[in-house]
Design a protein around this ligand. Structure first.
Ligand SMILES: [Zn+2]
Length: 142
């Protein structure tokens, strides 16, 4: 479900927010008011998986990109049908062992895994897919 702003989402979801390591503000659009007021796509099932990954990982997951409003998605070069226009996250590879992080993400239920040099893209697409970004292939080999 799409909320038009961080404030609207926080007000609506405050009493049923069940994902202690994540906040609406870090999962909302990062266009900084250029194209939206911090739009946020609420998907409890996605958050369950993200929290599961966080628990398995045992250390912070730094989200560099999550929901994107359509214009921000275009501005940052996102695919026209990017799952970021609903909910997807890019989490930084920051002291995580890459293969462990990937395996834990799959075990947590993520079905779309984009393996980049500095981040791991995660989404919950119906048909599983794994892909590499330019220059990232060698980094993700064991
Ligand atoms: Zn936006």
């Amino acid at each position: 479900m799409l909320y038009p702003s961080i404030a609207a989402a926080e007000a609506a979801l405050e009493k049923r927010w069940a994902w202690p390591n994540f906040r609406v503000s870090e999962l909302a659009c990062r266009c900084g008011g250029r194209f939206c007021d911090g739009a946020y796509w609420h998907a409890p099932d996605f958050l369950d998986r993200l929290q599961r990954l966080r628990a398995a990982c045992g250390r912070p997951l730094i989200v560099s990109s999550a929901h994107r409003c359509p214009l921000w998605n275009a501005a940052v070069g996102g695919a026209p049908l990017s799952r970021h226009k609903m909910m997807a996250v890019d989490v930084l590879v920051a002291g995580h062992e890459r293969q462990d992080l990937r395996a834990m993400a799959e075990a947590a239920g993520f079905t779309g895994l984009g393996l980049a040099q500095r981040f791991l893209h995660l989404d919950t697409r119906p048909r599983p897919a794994v892909w590499f970004y330019p220059g990232s292939f060698d980094l993700w080999q064991t």
